[in-house]
Design a protein around this ligand. Structure first.
Ligand code: B12
Ligand code: SF4
Length: 533
């Protein structure tokens, strides 16, 4: 169905539920007396960031960031370590006793909250270490808020920092590259996480970097050199077994950068019996056998950065990606292997005009993408896109808290900032609506019910999410659905394994295809969980 290009601008955007706790962090207490300091105790904090009511609140408790659990894994044995995520709505961060060291991860969107926390803990006697993406891209801005800055890979730096604290010789800056042998890193310390608060605590990272360098991506930040590194497939499988959860989310930038490696990983995962999802670039579909291997090893969903349906936009972004007129065939290949697609789209590129919203929404519905994620183009500081926008005088402001891909921070070329924001809101309103969810239901009748259940839970239940998150019921509410799906997926895999391997014909365009034994009738899995990070 082609949506009228004027529809987004004729539609009123409805106000949405956004409780204060999802908008503002808890107040820090400045009045109570200072509790004692606990030596050799480190507290790791993931600061609060305001939630966008257009998207699902469930997104934030799907799976945790690995930033701090990775760093915590490198803590020397004579230190104790504790973890606190302000986004889990459990009130103020721990302050009794006061930790000797506080490690905070800083992204540009929550930098102000990180500084506020840093100020508060420093005033109480803690040594504060700031690290993360923003420390790397804007070190001079971050440095005054910390006793020490960790620039780059915290796993390499953390033991040295704690030893220097012990010896009273802390330096203001520590820097590390990402050139180390990734296989030697200790597994993330997931046991520090409140397990009840997440659908799954098994966020896993198997590879680092990406073969692309898109101009808008944080990987293109000046000074960041992140060569593609892979961990042993067996090591990854073992880490997954140890966490004992049925669903695993790979948070790699692009799990499909090296196809030979992904084949190897699929072989290792096949024996584990979990279901999993990951972000991959669309070119993985160049190898249909790989898509089948992914499905047979438990892949139920992929997060794909389509970014745009305009080839001009893709070229401008310097993304090496298949042509837009071939996206549909490639989506079909995932669907034929029972893999759901969560498409990620960036809005506001230079070739985007007011018709972009209706056109993108029509395409998503026509190709039955089970889920879609939208981002307003955002020039992250330090990237080529930022430099380009700055040089052209197109940046509207430098309020980093609004550089969260949900606000317009630059002057678009063929849209007004108001049109871009309205169109972005309309995309979520439209794609999260019941008629659109229904239009995108899987073709296989067996898959429809779980798809609807998951879509309702994920896209229509923010009030419920608020309750679940606050009362630490996320895992309990979600787990039966996931377990049901894991079992269904195992049956699907047996059916898939019994069908012939797709061959040459499967790689042809859909319109050219002849029915063939090499391209069997698709069998669909009733999967409901798709990668959403
Ligand atoms: C998991 C994830 C999420 C989760 C959890 C987020 C959270 N903060 O809790 C969810 C799904 C909720 C999420 C949401 C969003 N995310 Co997100 N997310 C990720 C993802 C996929 C993985 C993060 C991770 O675990 N990385 C692995 C760790 C090990 O790497 P790291 O964070 O860099 O940490 C290392 C170092 O930086 C350093 N370090 C970090 N912190 C500290 C602290 C100390 C003390 C020390 C010593 C060292 C140190 O050591 C670590 C080990 O080397 C990344 C992409 C990626 N693969 O990194 C995007 C990413 C971080 N997200 C991004 C964005 C934009 C968002 C959103 C704003 C998008 C949106 N509109 O919804 C939201 C809102 C969150 C927000 N305001 O920050 C961007 C950030 C871009 C930028 N320049 O800031 C990224 C990079 C994706 C991308 N390609 O653009 N996200
Ligand atoms: S393909 Fe994705 S992860 Fe890779 S550089 Fe581009 S935006 Fe970044």
């Amino acid at each position: 169905m082609n949506i009228d290009p004027h529809l987004p601008f004729r539609t009123r955007i409805a106000p949405l539920f956004l409780p204060r706790e999802m908008r503002e962090p808890p107040m820090l207490d400045h009045d109570t007396p200072r509790p004692p300091l606990r030596r050799r105790h480190a507290l790791m904090i993931n600061p609060f960031y305001p939630k966008d009511p257009r998207t699902s609140f469930g997104k934030h408790v799907l799976t945790p960031t690995l930033a701090l659990t990775s760093v915590a894994a490198a803590t020397p044995g004579n230190w104790t370590v504790e973890y606190f995520d302000e986004n889990l709505l459990q009130g103020r961060p721990p302050a009794n006793p006061i930790p000797e060291v506080v490690g905070i991860t800083v992204h540009l969107t929550f930098a102000q909250r990180a500084y506020e926390l840093a100020r508060w803990y420093r005033s109480r006697g803690s040594v504060v270490i700031l690290g993360g993406l923003h420390a790397l891209s804007c070190p001079d801005e971050v440095a005054p808020h910390a006793d020490a800055l960790a620039i780059g890979d915290g796993v390499q730096l953390w033991p040295e920092i704690l030893r220097d604290v012990e010896a009273g010789r802390l330096r203001p800056r520590y820097a590390s590259t990402y050139e180390s042998d990734y296989r030697l890193d200790p597994p993330a310390r997931r046991r520090l996480l409140p397990r009840d608060s997440f659908l799954t605590t098994t966020s896993v990272i198997a590879t680092r970097g990406c073969h692309n360098r898109c101009g808008f991506c944080y990987l293109a930040t000046d000074g960041l050199r992140m060569p593609y590194r892979m961990r042993d497939a067996e090591q990854v499988a073992q880490e997954i077994r140890e966490d004992g959860q049925p669903y695993v989310v790979f948070i790699d930038n692009n799990l499909g950068s090296r196809r030979d490696y992904l084949h190897e990983l699929c072989r290792a995962l096949q024996a584990v019996g979990i279901i999993w999802s990951a972000a991959v670039t669309l070119d993985v579909t160049d190898d249909p056998r790989l898509i089948r291997a992914m499905a047979l090893s438990g892949c139920t969903g992929v997060f794909v950065g389509f970014e745009s349906l305009s080839d001009a936009n893709i070229q401008h972004a310097k993304k090496r990606s298949p042509k837009a007129d071939d996206y549909a065939r490639r989506v079909r290949l995932f669907h034929d292997n029972g893999i759901q697609v969560n498409g990620s789209f960036v809005l506001g590129f230079d070739d985007d005009r007011p018709g972009v919203f209706a056109r993108t929404a029509s395409w998503i519905e026509e190709n039955r993408l089970e889920c879609a994620t939208f981002h307003i183009l955002t020039p992250y500081p330090g990237t080529p896109l930022f430099r380009e926008m700055e040089a052209a005088g197109r940046l509207l402001h430098r309020d980093w808290s609004r550089y969260d891909t949900g606000h317009v921070v630059f002057r678009p070329k063929h849209l007004t900032p108001e049109q871009l924001l309205h169109g972005y809101h309309w995309m979520y309103q439209h794609l999260f609506s019941l008629p659109s969810i229904w239009r995108r239901r899987p073709e296989d009748a067996r898959a429809v019910l779980p798809y609807l259940a998951m879509s309702m839970l994920y896209k229509k239940s923010n009030r419920f999410w608020h309750f679940l998150i606050k009362h630490r019921l996320t895992h309990a509410a979600w787990r039966p659905l996931v377990e049901w799906n894991r079992i269904r997926h195992q049956a699907f895999r047996r059916r898939l394994a019994a069908t012939p391997v797709p061959g040459v014909l499967a790689t042809q365009r859909a319109s050219d295809r002849e029915p063939s034994i090499l391209h069997p009738a698709p069998i669909r899995a009733s999967t409901v969980v798709s990668a959403g990070v």
